[in-house]
Ligand binder design. Structure first.
Ligand code: ATP
Ligand code: ATP
Ligand code: MG
Ligand code: MG
Lengths: 254, 254
């Protein structure tokens, strides 16, 4: 099962969700591959991989045809959680893919056959609806949409859903929304509560669990660790554990 | 003076800085134009402009040549603060500009001559180093870089500075970094303090004032207001007022 973790709004928790949901899916005995599809390479860093190790052996080299996808996959500190790393060179792929014509099906051709060896593959998307995200949507079976509990984050949801619908009609009939997940929820503020209510009303696919805003989730990446390693007793860890359980129940049938 | 407000990291406060710094620059008697260069059109919404009013009359129509830049400029609720709005169609411009060849100089040709009628023009960039941000950097005199006080936000700064340097050498010799501004600073957490210290050490151009994380700054956009209108007595308002003063002192000579 290949899931794109996507939302063009920036800073809503795509990377944090990809790596921490991934970690807790392994606790449920599933094998997981995280594919860093963002030139910022935040998932690569947050999983403790040194950028120097990745030079010349990232997603970019797969898209240019220099390397096969399985040649870039790395193990992480978590048993059962592997990573296909990114690097800043990936930004160049956007222009190259457009100039080469059939630019939306590259991931599906080059990545999907190998990625299906893991139970779950999570494609961490960049904050845009450009070529890299389009590729991820065409390659995926489902989309997980992190939604920050902020007003401006509501704005782009309709556009994102339209884009998913467009990809389903044009290139990937099997694509569906696996679910929306509320992130950085702060129960003390009206804003968070109003946004959460609005999202739950308009999008019935929203997961029950909301990820709270906690400083521990912000600290973990500075140690190159997921919340599972950094502070498994924290509220953030409990929330991602609950999200993993809810996802598996929803996608595999309770 | 045309300033790009840019950082490819998502959700760091580019839009919040563009509109609120813009508002407080008008308090200092400067005329200000905000150009929304992001298909998410968050600056357009946060300044209280109804999306329906913008259909067919946004930055996209200027880039395709259908409208002249001055035809899309709107007044906002703040005297002296005008807006050139965006719309989701702008996402299509990325692919079209690449296919058309000379894709980095469009803004400079179509926007810069008119934009110079205002004392300050702020180009609110999307969270990427793609075609729209490249255009903004080629059209601008300087770059304001909002830096969120989070670990992952540090990651991309070196890449951003390299990109600015590349644009300076290749297309815009006058481009310089006007300054970095720390955003969402939470004085209660070690993480914020560590990140702020790290940024100030590595980047001497960092403004003295740090923008605090305050709920009022997050609430204002839901009313289509800047912090100047929503809560001028708040800590967020005071910080953006101080930033406007510091910017003017730095750029115009104290
Ligand atoms: N629940 C949370 N509580 C506190 N901090 C969080 C939480 N989730 C994410 N963060 C922090 O907020 C910032 C944004 O999160 P993240 O980078 O995961 O978002 P993103 O959507 O992947 O961003 P981008 O759009 O740049 O790819 C990061 O610094 C991260 O550490
Ligand atoms: N100082 C602050 N305190 C609290 N909330 C803030 C602050 N600055 C911005 N925000 C909120 O954080 C979110 C991200 O800010 P904003 O949208 O301005 O960032 P951005 O860099 O423009 O995002 P994008 O990368 O999507 O364009 C918004 O919901 C905004 O209201
Ligand atoms: Mg990310
Ligand atoms: Mg923005």
């Amino acid at each position: 099962m290949i899931l794109a973790v996507a939302n063009q709004k920036g800073g809503v928790g795509k990377t944090t969700t990809s790596i921490n949901l991934g970690a807790y899916l392994t606790r449920l005995g599933r094998s997981v591959l995280v594919v860093d599809c963002d030139p910022q390479a935040n998932a690569t860093t947050a999983l403790g991989i040194d950028r120097r190790r990745v030079e010349g052996r990232s997603l970019y080299e797969v898209l240019t045809g220099e390397l096969a996808f399985e040649q870039i996959v790395l193990r992480t500190a978590i048993d059962g959680l592997d990573l296909a790393p990114s690097s800043p060179t990936l930004a160049g792929a956007e222009v190259e893919l457009v100039e080469a014509g059939a630019f939306e099906t590259r991931f599906r051709e080059l990545i999907r056959p190998t990625a299906l060896r893991w139970d779950y593959t999570l494609l961490d998307c960049p904050p845009s609806l450009g070529v890299l995200t389009a590729n991820a949507l065409v390659a995926a079976d489902g989309v997980i949409v992190p939604v920050q509990c902020e007003y401006l984050a509501l704005e782009g949801l309709a556009q994102l859903m339209r884009t998913i619908e467009l990809v389903r009609r044009r290139a990937n009939p099997g694509l569906r929304v696996a679910g929306l997940v509320l992130t950085m929820y702060d129960s003390r503020t009206n804003l968070s509560q109003q946004v959460a209510e609005e999202v739950r009303t308009h999008f019935p696919d929203t997961f029950q669990v909301a990820i709270p805003r906690t400083i521990r989730l912000g600290e973990a990446p500075s140690f190159g660790q997921t919340i599972l390693e950094y502070d498994p007793a924290s509220r953030g860890a409990a929330a991602y554990n609950a999200l993993a359980e809810e996802l598996v129940a929803r996608l595999e049938g309770a």
